[in-house]
Design a protein around this ligand. Structure first.
Ligand code: V47
Length: 360
């Protein structure tokens, strides 16, 4: 280990917080095994040998979106042949089927649709609650919540209260992308920026909702952008404690407007997992999202800082519309096998990290 990593290693061993300069040193290093060793220390201190997974289903009600982020092929204008909107009856069927397969979570997100109103989203949540009352609804990114507030002319707090009354259980971590103005201007100029994203999560945490946070890496961002991003998340977490999980998202370029960029390598994927585990000392969990990294890297990530491998997903659209080559879903037995083979103890969790025990 070089001197910078050695000093970070010592800090982590002594449970001392590392600072932004240390984080810069982590990004500057490609000594993957050293990064993994330090991250694993932090990971095992927090979560022991456990590796969490869940049985979940992603439901993307519509991909109609006027925002046009360069990294995203999921969002489409209404006139696009690729645009779709699921009917309520179709979503009821999806909800019923997933609940019958043991799902404990529906992950519900979509584009910023120009026509739908707040009552549509309330009705959506109520519909899922009526077909699957026991299933947790993790729904709507901060970007959607901001949009619902605009179209309904209500405050974010009011919107969240109405959605909670309709069944909202927590919020996913999407839409944060990279929280610097430099990157926002380059790849998502029409989307809310860092301060608004953070403010919405702060309000959600104040209402008792738990949420996740993400970083979309591997496109035009540089290391400094990522240090700033992680620092903002750590600061908000110090303030509210409302984040559960951090999920580094590996960019899938193929069919996007950034198709000329090479996809992140396996080394880069593991490095982002490790650095986030080391720096975000106040996040209980770091998740590797196998849909984006691929299954092979996800399995390795369980020894490079990740303690969670997400879930069955069942049908993924966001990065599959961008050309992802991973499966759209995995059977729970495959997840468990991957975890066991990595030497970890598979633990089924629900969205709020309660352990799920099922009759054998
Ligand atoms: O916000 C869009 C990203 C996110 C691409 O909270 C892309 O548990 C890679 O946030 N390549 C949505 N990423 C997904 C997300 C998520 C996923 C799993 C679990 C959780 C959670 C949250 O996907 C978007 C955006 O950052 N995205 N296009 C792409 N081409």
């Amino acid at each position: 280990m070089d001197a910078a990593l050695q000093s970070i290693h010592e800090k982590v061993q002594n449970e001392q917080r590392i600072d932004a300069d240390d984080c810069r040193a982590l990004f500057a290093s490609n000594d993957l095994l050293a990064l993994g060793r330090i991250a694993n220390l932090a990971r095992e201190r927090k979560n022991g040998n456990r590796a969490f997974y869940n049985i979940n289903r992603h439901i993307n009600y519509s991909n109609v979106c006027y925002v046009d982020c360069k990294f995203c092929e999921f969002g489409q204008p209404k006139s696009s042949p690729k645009a779709y909107e699921l009917s309520m009856s179709e979503m009821e069927r999806m909800g019923r089927e997933a609940a019958a397969q043991g799902a404990t979570e529906f992950h519900i997100v979509g584009g910023l649709h120009p026509d739908l109103k707040l009552d549509y989203y309330e009705n959506l949540l109520r519909t899922f609650k009526s077909v699957a009352p026991g299933v947790h609804l993790k729904a709507f990114t901060a970007v959607e919540i901001d949009y619902f507030a605009k179209i309904s002319r209500l405050s974010v707090e009011e919107v969240l209260k109405r959605l909670i009354a309709a069944g909202l259980g927590s919020m996913p971590g999407g839409g944060a992308e990279v929280m610097t103005e430099r990157v926002r201007k380059l790849v998502f100029p029409n989307k809310i920026g860092a301060e608004r994203w953070l403010e919405i999560h702060r309000i959600a945490h104040g209402l008792g909702l738990r949420s996740n946070a993400t970083l979309l890496y591997g496109h035009v961002e540089n290391d400094e952008d990522k240090v700033v991003h992680l620092q903002k998340l750590r600061d908000l977490q110090d303030e509210t404690g409302g984040f559960q999980t951090f999920i580094p998202l590996s960019f899938v370029p193929y069919d996007t407007q950034l198709a000329h960029l090479p996809p992140p390598t396996g080394l880069s994927d593991l490095k982002h997992i490790a650095i986030s585990r080391i720096f975000l000392d106040n996040f209980a969990h770091v998740k590797v999202y196998w849909i984006m990294t691929g299954i092979k890297v996800a399995q390795l990530a369980l020894n490079f800082g990740a303690d969670d491998i997400d879930g069955t997903v069942m049908q993924e659209r966001i990065v599959h519309m961008a050309g992802a080559e991973t499966p759209e879903g995995l059977h729970v037995d495959e997840l468990v096998k991957l975890i066991r083979e990595a030497g970890r103890e598979p633990v089924e969790r629900d969205t709020l990290y309660n352990i799920v025990s099922r009759a054998a």
